[in-house]
Unconditional design. Sequence first.
Length: 92
Amino acid sequence: MKIAARLLASFALAGFVATGAMAATSTTTTAPAATTTTTTAPTTKKPKSTMTPEKTAISKQCSALADQKGLHGKDREKFRSACKKNGGKAPS
């Protein structure tokens, strides 16, 4: 009788464990979220802004002058901006 009781208890325990495992792994299906499609105009690439050789030379000249003065950071930016407006010559 003890063996039958233990066997019955084992089957009951296995049944509870199996149902718990099945409940934990069951997935519920939900309706997918409503998707909206928006149509946009095709993107056009902007043409590369190419500097003219003259502007490139002015920019390089201003950088060289800033290097000579040992300027860095905001001081360098201000100097180069003024220099480029002045045509590649150090601002007065």
